[in-house]
Design a binder for this molecule. Structure first.
Ligand code: PLP
Length: 237
């Protein structure tokens, strides 16, 4: 019990700090803090700790492994939050999550988009999606290359049961703030370029970027959703 109590109070304090930092970063960029959605990244976090964060006012949570998401699903107070899927998604797992999430951040290929479209139609819904961009061109990471993002978006635009809301990225890990800033800047530029093309059925309004170590920088570069795990829940084992 003691340990859980400590963890609860840590989450409360962390959340207060994160909200203050979001507000500070937004104001310094001339933005309103209300434009920024804090998504709590809940991988490896037990359901009772997630529920505590929800009781403190967290309004959006994101999981990134299908199996873990489904295992915890019934124990988490989903009625009170939006739930997003933020991890790599296999096509054959789409059906398992389609009625449980309101946004998928990690669409990076047409086959996946088509499956989300098909399953959304069956579930009588239109799914909000973000296109994941491999902004650092890393071999090991998923995401469409920046050069191919527009083509993918044009192909996806015809699918009636998805709504393309914007772009997401996980930039290469770096201790160098300027390098990270460069990736966020590239994302913002790509976002503006594609939005400017006025592709039919595409009206993008969200950039999902920024995690525990760099969300303030991301906000300064236009992030609309920041995905924060360890800064809120503590370091993962
Ligand atoms: C884990 C994860 C995060 C949060 O990472 P932290 O560095 O712990 O804040 C954000 N986005 C995705 C896709 C993740 O998998």
């Amino acid at each position: 019990m003691e340990a859980l109590f400590d963890r609860y109070s840590a989450v409360e304090e962390n959340l207060r700090d994160i909200r203050a930092s979001i507000e500070r970063a937004a104001r310094s960029a001339g933005r309103s803090p209300d434009e920024i959605l804090l998504l709590a990244a809940t991988k490896t976090v037990p359901a009772e700790v997630i529920n505590h964060a929800i009781s403190l006012g967290v309004t959006c949570i994101g999981e990134n492994r299908v199996q873990e998401f489904l295992e915890k699903y019934d124990s988490v107070r989903h009625e009170e939050v939006q739930c997003h899927f933020i991890g790599h998604l296999q096509t054959n797992k789409v059906a398992a999550i389609i009625d449980k999430v309101s946004m998928i951040h990690s669409v990076d290929r047409l086959r996946l988009a088509e499956e989300i479209d098909r399953q959304s139609e069956k579930a009588h819904k239109v799914m909000d999606v973000l296109v994941e961009v491999n902004i650092g061109g890393e071999e090991s990471k998923s995401g469409v290359s920046p050069d191919e993002a527009e083509v993918l978006i044009r192909e996806m635009a015809g699918l009636p049961h998805i709504r393309i809301r914007g772009l997401m990225c996980i930039p290469p890990f770096s201790d160098d703030m300027e390098q990270t800033d460069g990736y966020f800047f590239k994302m913002r530029k790509l976002f503006i370029d594609i939005t400017g093309k006025k592709i039919d059925n595409v009206s993008m309004d969200i950039l999902s970027m920024g995690m525990s170590d760099d969300y303030e920088q991301a906000i300064c570069k236009g992030a609309g959703i920041v995905r924060i795990g360890s800064a809120l829940f503590g370091r993962r084992q």
